[in-house]
Design a protein around this ligand. Structure first.
Ligand code: NAG
Ligand code: NAG
Ligand code: NAG
Ligand code: NAG
Ligand code: NAG
Length: 949
């Protein structure tokens, strides 16, 4: 691990630290160094301290200790002695390549006169901060930042009551986000309680995991309080904003920290305020104008709402304003045109309305203007082309309209990131089509810009990382010059949803060696599948007219997460090597092609990440591969409409995550045995065994284990769809672009006898279809336990006996189909309780007696009941005789007690629900069509917005 994990990131911080250093240097009066001479025991202590480390010169440029030679240690670099006493009072060994641990025996702690100790940016090999630090009670300045200390911060630190500056910043691994230091026991409050003289307190990336203690509001000397990424929670004490000397406050990246901005009654010296990635909420107070020293204000990804106050325009020193990803509404106040020092303005991902104000063109210092994901409308003002310092302009995902000349941006020399997509813009290529620009972009989102051809200027682009040309009207072939465009840098290429017909002279393997996302879906592409480079993560060629076979080279893609080739004319045998290929593959969709042969032995590799496999609508044969039982992450298996010949895959029951099992229309056969284990299929929500050759009894014993179908899950806020999710980040030299990848599971199921395809499935949806088999025996009462069921289809089997009255417990049920069986007895009155039932079919059975009347039953017509000669009452024309209009006392039940109980429930239900309730429920049911449950949504990846992080 490198010595300087966080070096680059916090440019600002480094600057500030320099300032602090200068301040501290004055504080302990370094100027007097040369005059004094060194105490022997201190010289020895320093040498021993130095010798307890390896000096790793490979890891840093220069070490101060290498010049520690002369006898007067007061002359050594990094040492400061008191002018009168000659005692060592300052030790600054920052960035000195020290490697090794420190413990309480260290001679460092014999330097009892120390006032300044700076060991920042060394590597103390994950040792703890020694408790002996408490002996250095004269310290006013302690800096242990970026130094690979590990574990709990000792209580003894609280002994350093003279501290004016404490810095434990960035003992932290940026890649894994592991925090090395903890301040839990003793906690934050205990350790800092007595350090009331602190002016600078920097604990960013220390695992504090507590509330922010109120007592900090008494630390009136504080100028700098940095608590970024400390896992703070609770309500931030708003009095801290009123600390009279506070200049720099950063509590960002504490996702559970709440708070609001208070009213500011007097001017404040606050210069930098960072609240990014917290739960701060409420509106920005008008009195924010009092913070007239503010230069940097970042509150990205919080819960702020309300309009942007016009008073913000009085903060004329602002250089960076980032309020992205909040719920701000209203328009961009014109007062902001006074913020002429702004270099970065970011309101992205809010609900800002109105046009883009033309005066933005006056803020000529801007290097970044990010307004994407808002509700802006109107044209893109020509004045934006005056922003000659712009590097990034993102106005995609608004309602902007009109014609826009792409070449208006070509004068902005440093503009490398341009997002225009998902508006209503008509992009006019002008010069951009004449290939005359030397302008180089990294990021171009020209999605849905009504383009009709590949813009010719792309031919000269050699640094593109992210190119989105999706949802345009580009027809014809992908031109051959595209294969030479940005071959090293391109990580995302999307041309989805166009009218492309082919590839002009496509090379054997796509030329982009770092390509991560390749999306050519929804076109009219003919020809074989382009073969991606091994770096590919998401490959989507669905919904086109591709032919040929899948090359075995796809088995070598070790990063491949999702492979979607559905709805093409591909054929041949699925390469068997996919079975032992990379463990990264999570989504494999080969739906609706012409593949034949057998399904590969997927997950032969135990570490498999496979979450969804859909090979439905092909001509696959043989058995389900037994290796699927290794796919411990598997959530969905969809193999419908093939020619598989196998018995019921009870061996899949042990897959803990399995939610969908769809075997519809194959040659599955035989009886379904009783489950063997306790937790078989406990997460299953959608089971479709219809149109096979299953025999024997219904798999009622499994009902004991189908827990997911028993408990009604509230869908809380918003809709959650079943999907495989990950994120993709491109990390080439220039940018860091990020895209969430979400592959939603799709299904085709029979709804009212019609095969209906759904592009997304809400995770509360539960469904059982066992129709069109040869199941016999009775319908078990146990089905009444599946309370979360939305649809139950047992039609076209050989079922006998009565309809269990327990089905009246399925309060979420919307569709019940028991038609074409040999069911007898009355239709239980309890079914009237099913307030959401909108589709009901018991036709072609031997049911008898009166049809229940009222509630949902008033909605169903003849077709629900036809073919039962002994049924009577509305909506059938056959009237019930006197003996039949009374409740079903003579029903053939084994147990007279249950007859009584049923009868009683019937009366009670009738009494309570009555007509009014019944009507209300019927009304509700109209809104709850199956579409409510499994919405059709387009596969558009809303989240695909590259952004620099
Ligand atoms: C510290 O010193 C004590 C006594 O001198 C010794 O027992 C102990 O092992 C030392 N600890 C370390 C970590 O060197
Ligand atoms: C705290 O500081 C005092 C001197 O002010 C010293 O005597 C004592 O040993 C220190 N305590 C600890 C635990 O280091
Ligand atoms: C803080 O100071 C008070 C009084 O000076 C003392 O009683 C207490 O022990 C100190 N707390 C810590 C954690 O050192
Ligand atoms: C601040 O200090 C005052 C006076 O010493 C004390 O009464 C008060 O409790 C302290 N407040 C907090 C929050 O510690
Ligand atoms: C925030 O709170 C949630 C819910 O309590 C918890 O799961 C999550 O781990 C917390 N995050 C942090 C960083 O503490």
């Amino acid at each position: 691990m490198g010595l300087s994990l966080c070096l680059i990131v916090f440019r600002n911080l480094v600057l500030k630290l320099l300032l602090i250093n200068i301040f501290i240097v004055n504080y302990v009066s370094f100027a007097s160094v040369q005059l004094s001479s060194c105490h022997d025991e201190e010289r020895l202590a320093l040498l021993q301290f130095k010798d307890s480390f390896v000096i790793k010169k490979s890891a840093c440029a220069y070490s101060k200790v290498l010049r520690w030679k002369s006898s007067n240690c007061c002359l050594w670099e990094g040492i400061d002695c008191d002018a009168e006493t000659g005692h060592v009072i300052g030790l600054d060994l920052s960035s000195s390549c020290l490697f090794g641990s420190i413990n309480s025996n260290s001679t460092l702690f014999s330097l009892g006169h120390l006032q300044l100790l700076n060991l920042a940016d060394n590597h103390f090999n994950f040792s703890q901060i020694p408790a002996a630090i408490g002996q250095l009670s004269g310290l006013t300045y302690l800096n242990l930042s970026k130094s690979f200390f590990y574990g709990q911060v000792p209580l003894e630190l609280s002994n350093l009551t003279k501290l004016s500056s404490l810095d434990l910043f960035c003992n932290y691994d940026r890649d894994t986000e592991e925090k090395f230091l903890q301040l839990r026991n003793p906690n934050f409050k205990t350790v800092v309680r007595n350090l009331t003289r602190l002016e600078v307190l920097i604990l960013s990336h220390v695992d504090i995991s507590s509330e922010v203690p109120d007592l900090l509001t008494n630390f009136t000397s504080l100028t700098t309080l940095l608590l970024k990424g400390c896992e703070l929670y609770g309500d931030f004490p708003d009095k801290i904003f009123h600390l009279p000397n506070l200049q720099w406050l950063d509590v960002g990246f504490n996702e559970n920290l709440t708070g609001r901005l208070p009213e500011f009654h007097q001017r404040s010296p606050l210069n930098t305020l960072k609240l990014t990635d917290t739960q701060f909420f409420g509106s920005l107070p008008y009195s924010i104008e009092k913070l007239d020293s503010l230069e940097i204000f970042k509150a990205r990804h919080c819960n702020f709402s309300g309009p942007i106050p016009t008073s913000l325009g009085k903060l004329t020193k602002l250089t960076i304003l980032d309020l992205g990803i909040n719920n701000f509404n209203g328009d961009i106040p014109s007062s902001l045109q006074n913020l002429t020092h702004l270099t970065s303005l970011l309101f992205d991902d809010n609900q800002i309305i109105g046009p883009i104000p033309p005066w933005l063109g006056n803020l000529t210092m801007l290097t970044a203007l990010d307004l994407h994901f808002n509700l802006l409308h109107g044209p893109v003002p020509q004045s934006l082309s005056l922003l000659l310092n712009l590097e990034k302009l993102l106005i995609n995902d608004n309602n902007l309209g009109g014609n826009l000349k792409l070449d208006m941006f070509f004068n902005i020399k440093n503009l490398t990131e341009l997002g225009l997509g998902h508006n209503n813009l008509s992009l006019i290529l002008g010069k951009a089509n004449k290939n005359v620009t030397s302008h180089q972009f990294n990021y171009l989102d020209l999605c849905s810009c009504k383009l009709r051809k590949f813009p010719h200027f792309l031919k000269n682009q050699s640094e593109l990382e992210w190119l989105d040309l999706g949802e345009n009207k580009i027809s014809g072939q992908i031109p051959n010059w595209m294969w030479n465009t940005s071959t090293y840098t391109l990580t995302l290429l999307s041309v989805c949803n166009n009218f492309l017909t082919g590839f002009d002279q496509i090379p054997a393997i796509l030329p982009w060696v770092n390509l991560g996302i390749f999306d050519i879906s929804s076109n009219m592409l003919r020809g074989p599948l382009p073969i991606p480079p091994p770096s590919i993560v998401e490959y989507d060629a669905s919904n086109s007219m591709l032919i040929g076979e899948i090359s075995p080279l796809f088995c070598n893609m070790s990063s491949l997460y999702s492979l979607d080739l559905s709805n093409n004319n591909l054929g041949g045998i699925i390469p068997q090597c996919l079975g032992n290929s990379s463990s990264s593959l999570s989504v494999l969709s080969l739906r609706n092609n012409s593949f034949h042969g057998i399904i590969p032995q997927l997950c032969s590799n135990n570490a498999s990440q496979l979450k969804m496999i859909d090979v439905s609508y092909n001509q696959l044969q043989g058995k389900l591969p037994r290796s699927l039982s290794n796919c411990l992450m598997l959530e969905a298996i969809v193999v419908s409409n093939n020619q598989l010949h196998d018995s019921f895959p009870s061996w899949l029951g042990s897959l803990p995550e399995l939610k969908l099992l769809i075997l519809h229309q194959n040659g599955f056969y035989g009886a379904i045995e009783k489950p063997k284990q306790d937790l078989d299929f406990s997460n299953l929500r959608v089971l479709d065994l219809s149109s096979n050759n299953f025999t024997g009894e219904l798999p009622s014993q499994y009902i004991f284990h189908w827990n997911a179908m028993k408990y009604i899950k509230s869908n809380g806020y918003g809709l959650t769809y079943l999907s495989a999710k990950t994120s993709y980040q491109s990390n080439l030299a220039k940018g860091q672009y990020y895209s969430p990848i979400e592959e939603r599971y799709t299904i085709t199921i029979m709804i009212k006898g019609v095969a209906t395809h759904y592009e997304a499935i809400q995770d509360i949806f539960t469904f059982i279809d066992l129709a069109d088999n040869r199941f016999d025996g009775e319908i078990s009462d146990l089905f009444g336990n599946l309370k979360a069921l939305h649809s139950l289809n047992l039609s076209n089997n050989r079922l006998t006996g009565c309809i269990p009255s327990s089905l009246g417990n399925l309060s979420e049920l919307e569709s019940l189909d028991l038609s074409q069986n040999n069911l007898s007895c009355y239709i239980p009155q309890e079914l009237k309780q099913l307030g959401f039932l909108s589709s009901f079919n018991v036709s072609h059975n031997n049911l008898t007696g009166p049809i229940p009347q009222g509630n949902q039953f008033s909605v169903f017509d003849n077709s629900s009941f036809d073919g039962n000669p002994e049924l009577c009452g509305d909506p059938l024309s056959k009237k019930c005789g006197n003996s039949q209009s009374s409740p079903p006392l003579e029903e053939d039940h084994k147990d007279s007690e249950s007859i009584l109980k049923k009868y009683w429930i019937f009366i009670l239900a009738g009494y309570i629900s009555g007509l009014v309730v019944g009507v209300v429920l019927a009304d509700t049911s109209m809104k709850r069509t199956p579409e409510w449950l499994v919405e059709r949504v387009s596969k558009r990846r809303k989240g695909r917005k590259g952004q620099r992080t």
